[in-house]
Write a protein that binds this ligand. Sequence first.
Ligand SMILES: Cc1cc2nc3c(=O)[nH]c(=O)nc-3n(C[C@H](O)[C@H](O)[C@H](O)COP(=O)(O)OP(=O)(O)OC[C@H]3O[C@@H](n4cnc5c(N)ncnc54)[C@H](O)[C@@H]3O)c2cc1C
Length: 545
Amino acid sequence: MDSELAQAIAAATSERLARPGQFDAVVIGARACGGLAAERLTQGGLKVLLLDAGLRPHILRTPVRWLASALINPPANSRILPYLPSRLLDKARMVNGRLRQPVQRLCYAWHGRPDAFVDDIECPYSVAEGRPFLWFRVRGLRGRVGIPSHGRLYFRFGPNDFAPIDGASPPWPFAPDELDLWYASVEDRLGISGSQDGLPWLPDSRIAHRLIPTATESEFIAKVRTRWPGVHPIIGRFAPPADTLEGAARTGRLSLRQGAVVHGITVERSRATGVSWYDQISGRNQSVSVPLIFLCASALESTRILMLSRDAAKGRPIGAGSNALGCYLMDHVKVNVEAVGDALAGGEDIMTERWRCVYLPRFDAREAAAPGPARGYGVQVYQGRSQGNKALFIAVAFAEMTPRAENRVMLDRSRLDRWGIPTLHIDCSYGEKELARVQDQIAALRVLADVAGSSIVQLDEATTPPGGASHECGTARMGHDPATSILDPYNQCWDAEGLYVTDSASFPSQGTQNPTLTSMALTARACAHALGTRASAVSSEMRTK
Ligand SMILES: Cc1cc2nc3c(=O)[nH]c(=O)nc-3n(C[C@H](O)[C@H](O)[C@H](O)COP(=O)(O)OP(=O)(O)OC[C@H]3O[C@@H](n4cnc5c(N)ncnc54)[C@H](O)[C@@H]3O)c2cc1C
């Protein structure tokens, strides 16, 4: 950790938190969206308190959890690693997973960093009978983008996503090119590897590192284009997580409190006034008064916090002005295939660059022509060498889920988490359209594996429950109308001026693309809006003096 970040942590001491008027803004949640919000707001001159729920267990307070965490997190314990047989580590991981993380261990990335994921016993949720939902959660400064096998893929949404013409999802509350500037600023910050592809249904990104297809990728792309002349495979666009926390800390205006489990936002006469949290370091409930709040705790956590918050003067929860809070939950419908072939066409080991893939945007194997406005699904194809020097072929298809009011989350006040906070009850299932599309996805992946000359060893025939794609979106959507949405077109809460929710909770629909670039672009735009609003308030105050 760099020294500025250590100073930011030291600045958020219990003593300083107790002094009023220390902060201009609070950001809740430290990662993709929260880290960017903290960076943009501190660079804009604001003193920011960043609250994040994650905290590594302390050896004296929870020795058993500490030991389990130390055992399952070899990178942090490189000195003891040589003395621990790998079979012991695997066993410790599996036992801990079965006992404490029965949901989290179902995420494909859990094995690489189990202790980054939450403990399901401490952080429970419930689901409607017969409707499973997989809620994969990571707490801590690295967030989900920091887990080692995170996809790191970033794609813009296009006009068909923001202003769909088929009526299956509502238009977003701004012009289709409104985010272009903000996408560009986030892409510049991330440093994207990829290429310019000129596809109307997947806008180009700003590319920092131009990628040329390898021989294996070129051969696969050529085979796909021979089989489906209208399909345009591209090289996936990826980037490492941005060091936004460090950027915020370097301004000298960041204070960072880890272990702060936020459970409420206070609102007075439709204005946000403060934040309350359970502080794992002091073991007490704490609060701070502040006029500007960015809620970036990830889609469902942010909605849970909104549901726990009330407007004291009006005596009603935030968002109660519409019936949309908690509704329109979506996650991509995910289908996975693994196959092996004789040898890679190019003979190279392209999996050394783990995030590199061929991407088929809005692919639909039924169509011979270009996908056009049809929705299709995005397919990521990873090719590399297996241990036996065989050609490994892995493809994942992500299809859109239609936003439906009945797919929703509610507060369950009878079931509390480890910190005494009401948990979420999730009621979500696929509709007929999505289930029919799964069959298309399965058929398409079979053909793609065949086109690559590989034989299938594993294919998801049983539909992965919603949540399994880890791309959950919606439940506090933005819109033009406070009667049908929770957030205005700038991600600000209709019911609470100064409260912005900028993660994917705000999405009215989800496209087929991975969501993080869009939620970061929304965050950057909302920060500019908040800074602009504040600047004009200050100048009109000075004029009246
Ligand atoms: C294995 C995997 C691979 C993925 N691959 C991709 C990909 O390739 N491309 C893509 O676009 N997306 C991908 N995603 C999804 C992506 O990770 C998320 O969209 C993104 O991380 C969301 O960022 P976020 O800032 O909203 O939330 P998170 O990264 O989840 O961060 C939320 C933060 O909020 C904090 N927090 C939570 N609750 C509270 C609380 N009550 N109080 C205070 N703090 C709280 C947490 O500690 C955490 O740090 C993937 C997800 C997974 C799990």
